[in-house]
Every structure is written in structure tokens, then in C-alpha cells.
Ligand binder design. Structure first.
Ligand SMILES: Nc1ncnc2c1ncn2[C@@H]1O[C@H](COP(=O)(O)OP(=O)(O)OP(=O)(O)O)[C@@H](O)[C@H]1O
Length: 412
């Protein structure tokens, strides 16, 4: 048997994950025939989705023992899947962006375990950007799905051409006249706490977000970032009776979740699970005007024109089925969708996951422009500060036994 290798594969041409992985596997098996007789394990979003589906159908994902798999944070889910896979002594481990969305401690754990495995197991990383390449990688290859071809990786510099074009063009016009902001504070938390069962996740959080501020929210995996966001979007029932106000109104004072949501444009990659049907990119984008998952209303000519301008700006074909777009393209459409209705508050939760370097540069330009050209406040949740993003404020969650605390500060 050939000595196992660690490979890195960069997909070309924006394929979706489902299309990509099956074809990549076949192409690798013909390029390295010894791979055909080996057992493959997969670390990917679709593998995580399968465990989630198992849990919803059978009450048990088969992965995490003590907790519901669906209750784990995204980093905890990735770690649970990874730990299970490495225990099974795989012969070929196919991993999609294995080190993304992880905090430094989890990244170190993944690196160490993968390094130990690499002497007896093929490790195939599918990467969108070279930032997290495993340092002992033997070969870097580009994979072109259209021709089922592997070729030596062309190490393109982070191209800013696309991003520069956006900067030159500016954002598409807005659908409505700008309404002056009527809120002094969009969010005001005065000693907020969050518990799940006996466990305190967040303790004594004090946080004020005013009009036109750009916040970066960070913290290790499981520190409570998504939970904090769910209290702001009205999705967490534990918000009732807590000491905080949203858009000038005390939480739990008779406001509906839909009223809260009408002030917020929100994108988190988990939402993509709801967009698996046959809608095209234009329909998905337009649904942002109505806060609906599908498009059930007839958009105005103006809305249609603006949505087309957005897709043109992002260089995304409007008639393509949304689910056939690459992860990166889907995320860009969803970011624009969240912004389309001109919300006072725009929340982007790990939006750069799955973007290639060119798309990251585009995204950074886009978000900076969204902040500059509107009155919106932004909350950007991330594990890695993106080079070029210009937050004005930071909030960091710091884990403690009794629940995470928050440090807030102004960026100099
Ligand atoms: N519904 C729930 N029931 C019980 N525990 C939960 C629930 N939702 C989240 N948790 C737990 O709360 C903690 C915080 O989760 P959260 O998703 O907010 O973290 P996070 O900071 O967003 O993490 P990541 O960076 O991994 O996405 C985690 O330990 C998670 O397991």
C-alpha cells in the first residue's frame, strides 16, 4: 500500500458542497487507485446535517452522549463529529475546511490529532482559502468539477479586483427613502443572564448598542455568542422578563417577535438549511424584503430592479437555483438579503465561513460599505477578525464556571 498522504484540494468554479464531494471522491480514487479499497470518513456540513436529522427522527444522533446534538454550539458540533471520526481509525479522512469556525484551543486539538493520524491515514482537506492549510500537507491541488480534473494548485494572491470594482460602483440604491432613526439605543442590556437547565451560559451582561455603531462580537466556541444573538432577534424565549430593551422597548412588554424582527436584518449560515428548494438566487434575495423564507408576494418593479443590481454587483447568475450556488455565493446573497430592507440593525453571524480569498475581499468591502452608506448598526460575529473590516466597537465573551462575562470596548 502507498504511504498515506495529506492533500489539500481547492475547488474551482464555485460548486456546491454536495456536488463537489461525491465527484471529488471519484476523481481522487482514479488519480490514486489505492484509495478505492480504503474506508472513507467525512467531516463536512452535510455529515453534521445527517446527525441532526438522525436526532430529529430517532431522538438520538448517535454522536454526543450527554447532550442533544442540536443544542451544541457550532464549534461543539464540529468537535463532537471530529472526535467520533478519529476514534473510528479512518483510512481516508475527507475534511471540508476543518479548522474554520474553531477557537484557538479547538484548532490546536484538531491539528494535534490530525498530525498523529497522518502517518496511518490519508488526510484530504477541502479548502476555500489557504489560511488554515495543515502545515505538513504534501500536495496542494485545484479540482475543477466541470472536467473532473485535478491540477497543481495555482496560488492566486488574494485578488482585490472584484472588491475594488464594488468600491468604485458603490452599493445599489435603496428601495425606500431613508427613514430617520427613532431609537436612542437599539440594544440596552443591564445585567442580563441566560441559563439552560442548571447551567448558566451568560452572567451579568451589560451592553449598549447605539445607532450607527459597528460591533465585533467574539469569544471561544460555546461561550454564548449565538445565544446572545438569539436574545436580540427575539428567538430565545428566555428573553422574557430579563433586564434588557430592544429598539427602545423593554423585552417582554407586549411586543411580538415579528415587531423585533422587523428592525433586524440577520444572516447566520444555519439559515441556509431553510433554502434548499428550487428558488433561484433572485427569489431568495427578494424574500429579504418580506422576512420570509420563500417569495410569496409580488415585488415592485423597483425592488426587482434593485435586487438585480445586487446580483450583478456580486456577479451571481440570477436564474441559477440557489441550492446549486457555491457556499460562498450563497453566503454573499444571504448577506445582501439581510441588508435589503434597510434594517436599523444588521447581524452577520460567521458569514465568511466557506468564502474563497476573493469572496472574502469582496465581503469585507461590502460590509464596510453597508456600514458607511447607511444608518445601520452592525453586529459581526466571528472567530477570526477579517483583515480590512473596520469595527468601531468590540464585545468579547469570556467563559467562566458561572457563565460567560462580557468585556466591551471602543476600537481606537
Ligand atoms: N437549547 C439549548 N439547550 C441547552 N444548551 C444549549 C442550548 N443552546 C446552546 N446551548 C449551550 O450553550 C452554550 C453556548 O452556545 P452558543 O451556541 O451560544 O455558543 P457560541 O459562542 O455561539 O459557540 P460557537 O462559536 O461554537 O458557535 C454551549 O455550550 C451550548 O452547548
Amino acid at each position: 500500500m502507498n504511504q498515506p498522504k495529506t492533500l489539500a484540494i481547492y475547488p474551482l468554479g464555485n460548486p456546491s458542497e454536495a456536488e463537489l464531494l461525491d465527484e471529488l471522491k471519484k476523481t481522487l480514487q482514479s488519480a490514486y487507485p489505492s484509495l478505492s479499497s480504503l474506508g472513507w470518513s467525512e467531516f463536512s456540513e452535510r455529515a453534521i446535517d445527517r446527525f441532526l436529522l438522525n436526532e430529529s427522527r430517532h431522538g438520538n444522533s448517535g454522536l454526543s452522549q450527554n447532550k442533544h446534538f442540536s443544542h451544541l454550539s457550532s464549534g461543539e458540533k464540529r468537535r463532537a463529529l471530529f472526535s467520533q471520526l478519529i476514534q473510528e481509525a479512518p483510512e481516508v479522512l475527507l475534511l471540508v475546511s476543518p479548522l474554520e469556525s474553531l477557537d484557538p484551543a479547538n484548532r490546536a486539538y484538531f491539528l494535534e490529532e490530525l498530525h498523529k493520524l497522518s502517518s496511518q491515514c490519508w488526510i484530504i482537506q477541502v479548502l476555500h482559502r489557504p489560511d488554515f492549510l495543515l502545515p505538513w500537507t504534501a500536495e496542494e491541488l485545484d479540482f475543477d468539477l466541470r472536467y473532473r480534473q485535478l491540477a497543481p494548485h495555482q496560488n492566486k494572491a488574494r485578488s482585490t479586483e472584484f472588491a475594488n470594482a464594488i468600491q468604485a460602483k458603490g452599493l445599489p440604491e435603496f428601495a425606500e427613502q431613508k427613514v430617520p432613526q427613532q431609537f436612542d439605543s437599539l440594544i440596552e442590556m443591564k445585567g442580563l443572564e441566560l441559563h439552560y437547565g442548571n447551567r448558566c451560559i451568560l452572567q451579568d451582561i451589560h451592553w449598549r448598542v447605539k445607532t450607527h455603531e459597528f460591533w465585533e462580537l467574539s469569544g471561544p466556541n460555546g461561550s454564548g455568542k449565538s445565544s446572545l444573538i438569539s436574545l436580540i432577534t427575539g428567538d430565545n424565549p428566555q428573553g422574557y422578563g430579563q433586564p434588557y430593551s430592544l429598539f427602545g422597548r423593554k423585552r417582554g412588554s407586549g411586543e411580538s417577535v415579528w415587531e423585533i424582527k422587523s428592525h433586524i436584518g440577520y444572516f447566520t449560515p444555519v439559515q441556509l438549511q431553510g433554502f434548499g428548494g428550487y428558488q433561484n438566487a433572485l427569489e431568495v434575495l427578494l424574500s429579504g424584503y418580506y422576512d420570509s423564507v420563500g417569495l410569496y408576494q409580488l415585488p415592485s418593479d423597483r425592488q426587482l430592479r434593485i435586487a438585480r443590481q445586487w446580483l450583478d454587483l456580486l456577479q451571481i447568475p440570477l436564474k441559477n437555483a440557489f441550492r446549486n450556488l457555491s457556499q460562498g455565493q450563497q453566503r454573499l446573497v444571504m448577506t445582501a438579503r439581510a441588508f435589503l430592507k434597510q434594517p436599523p440593525l444588521l447581524i452577520l453571524d460567521e458569514p465568511t465561513w466557506g468564502l474563497d480569498p476573493e469572496q472574502v475581499a469582496l465581503f469585507v468591502e461590502l460590509v464596510n460599505l453597508m456600514y458607511k452608506e447607511s444608518d445601520a448598526s452592525l453586529i459581526y460575529v466571528s472567530h477570526h477578525p477579517e483583515q480590512g473590516l473596520k469595527p468601531t466597537h468590540r464585545i468579547q465573551l469570556i467563559p467562566h464556571e458561572e457563565g460567560s462575562i462580557a468585556n466591551t470596548y471602543i476600537v481606537e
